[in-house]
Write a protein that binds this ligand. Structure first.
Ligand code: GRF
Length: 183
């Protein structure tokens, strides 16, 4: 039975969809006031939160994360709106066991604003990608991706909402495909 942890920095809607279907060992947030922590409480999922600025440096911060992951014997780390670049400490301990969701069809529109960048570029379609995490920004090997059309009547908000719906479906599919057992 593969054990998963979810890392999220803010809202946590992807976390919620995952946790409703899969047993999540814990969620970690790098912001102590993130809404994802309230979602975790409601779903009775264990949560941890600490911030990079509370540590001397990123290596120490990530060492604390590695310790948490080891304590809980986590097999797969699911980044879902975790807004930090994974550094060498976490990567060297868990490379090949960390996946990320990106709200665009990589390699198109990497970075922190995948939805807005696609919208600004006036694309006819964008998408969602789930990939393995490596040392680059949204560069790791792609596991699965799906196209999402931009409709003529779309506003940025409706386009964004459709991307998020696609994210939720894709995350569940990918976890199934990686052999994570549902609840
Ligand atoms: C998602 O669009 C994810 O792809 C991106 O950040 C957003 C997080 O949303 N990396 P949420 O916190 O899961 O609601």
């Amino acid at each position: 039975m593969k054990k998963i942890a979810v890392f999220a920095s803010g809202n946590g809607s992807n976390f919620q969809v995952i946790a409703e279907q899969f047993p999540v060992e814990f969620v970690f947030s790098d912001h102590r006031d993130a809404f994802v922590l309230e979602r975790a409480n409601q779903l009775r999922v264990k949560s941890y939160a600490f911030e990079l600025k509370e540590f001397e440096n990123k290596a120490d911060y990530e060492a604390a994360l590695v310790e948490l992951l080891q304590e809980h014997q986590i097999d797969l780390v699911c980044l879902a709106g975790y807004m930090k670049i994974v550094g060498s400490t976490l990567l060297s301990a868990y490379e090949g066991r960390i996946i990320n969701i990106h709200p665009a069809y990589l390699p198109e529109f990497p970075g922190a604003h995948g939805i807005e960048d696609a919208w600004q570029a006036g694309v006819e379609q964008s998408g969602v990608t789930i990939h393995w995490v490596d040392s680059g920004v949204d560069t790791g090997k792609i596991i699965q991706q799906v196209r999402v059309p931009r409709l003529a009547e779309d506003t940025l908000e409706s386009f964004e909402a459709r991307i998020h719906e696609a994210e939720y479906r894709l995350y569940l599919e990918v976890l199934d495909s990686l052999g994570v057992d549902r609840k």
